[in-house]
Design a protein around this ligand. Structure first.
Ligand code: IPM
Ligand code: MN
Length: 355
């Protein structure tokens, strides 16, 4: 009941992005009217179509405008006629870097009524959050290639980390674990047995910061390869995970699968001191475009994360509960596109009615 007003930048993007974002907005609006705050939207047509027409990916003018918003809500980026990498680097990564969205937050939560490929695992077994470092590491883009195309070609792509970049991520993860207040356990995921420089930096910062400022949080460590095994065998072991950028990218896709698939996986690109961007993880799914068959639940969940970050936490909890109720009802037959037993817009209406 904040009575506040927020400006949200909408980036519907490509393929099914606009369809899922529409349902996300529908549920945000239902929540705003119950919890008495106001959301003002401005839409920006970034994506494959704009790129093909004008050659622009993320123009400076758009950056300047979204910088002034309270949050950004993204549908999906990815176009079959655009070479892979152009839109990803030109829009998604550029947004992360220029707005310094240094945290990628990925809840891995199995909702009741959702099928997981993990035999005998229940909602209480799959409920953890991955805090992925989101601007550094191999994604920094430092590297090069020589003698390209020759038999002796050499290429490098360097995992770069500075102490401040590691420390701000680790502090965010500890704070998050404390605020989440579940098992108060933070697992560092890295590969310290091989990455003896970068891994050592992460490990020392993890221990120092934890010992000094977070004695109430249990410290735990997994090598990234073992972490993959535990996701499948004992996901109940995790509360919060913190990890570097590429490892986080890889384990969160596995996380999406064990929580029931991309239809329900939401994420946030967060600058805790600035403007954050929220998105369903599913991508633009071009073959389902315009058919009203794509699952909007991930976008709806991303909307919930957006509200939590701008400070409307009660409203965020209401979205989570509504999604939970909708899935528990058994009326949504499957999370897969075309198999939900109802259309994209009907799922949005259903969740909105449960707020
Ligand atoms: C993600 C995506 C991006 C990444 C791609 C599209 C650049 O896979 O958000 O996880 O690698 O971070
Ligand atoms: Mn990814």
């Amino acid at each position: 009941m904040s009575g506040k007003s927020y400006n949200i930048a909408l980036l519907p993007g490509d393929g099914t992005g606009p369809e899922v974002l529409r349902e996300g907005v529908k549920v945000l609006d239902a929540t705003a009217s119950v919890f008495k705050f106001k959301l003002n939207y401005t839409t920006y047509d970034l994506g494959g179509e704009r790129y093909l027409k004008t050659g622009e990916t993320l123009p400076e003018s758009v950056i300047e405008e979204v910088k002034k918003c309270d949050a950004i809500f993204l549908g999906a980026i990815g176009h079959p006629d655009v070479k892979p990498g152009i839109l990803e680097v030109g829009i998604l990564l550029k947004m992360r870097f220029t707005l310094d969205q240094y945290i990628n937050l990925r809840p891995v939560k199995l909702y009741p009524g959702v099928e997981t490929p993990l035999k005998d695992k229940k909602p209480e077994d799959i409920d953890f959050v991955v805090v992925r470092e989101n601007t550094g590491g191999i994604y920094t883009g430092v590297g090069g290639a020589v003698q390209v195309g020759t038999p002796n070609e050499i290429a490098t792509q360097v995992m770069i980390y500075s102490r401040p970049v590691v420390e701000r991520c680790i502090r965010y993860a500890y704070d998050f674990t404390r605020k989440r207040n579940k098992r108060k356990q933070l697992t560092l995921v890295h590969k310290t047995n091989v990455l003896t420089y970068a891994g050592d930096l992460w490990n020392r910062v993890f221990r120092e910061v934890g010992n000094t400022d977070y004695p109430d949080i249990k410290q735990d460590y997994n090598h990234v390869d073992a972490c993959n095994m535990w996701f499948v065998k004992s996901p109940e072991f995790y509360d919060v995970i913190v990890t570097e950028n590429l490892f986080g990218d890889i384990i969160t896709d596995l996380g999406a699968m064990i929580q029931g698939g991309l239809g329900i996986a939401a994420g946030g690109n967060i600058n805790p001191e600035g403007v954050s961007m929220f998105e369903p993880m599913g991508g633009s799914a071009p073959k389902y475009t315009g058919q009203n068959v794509i699952n909007p639940l991930a976008a709806i969940c991303a909307g919930g994360m957006l509200l939590d970050t701008i400070g409307e936490s009660e409203a965020a909890v209401a979205i989570d509960k509504a999604v939970s109720k909708a899935l528990e009802s058994g009326k949504i037959k499957s999370l897969a596109a075309g198999k939900m037993g109802m259309g994209t817009t009907e799922v949005g209406d259903f969740v909105a009615s449960l707020i």
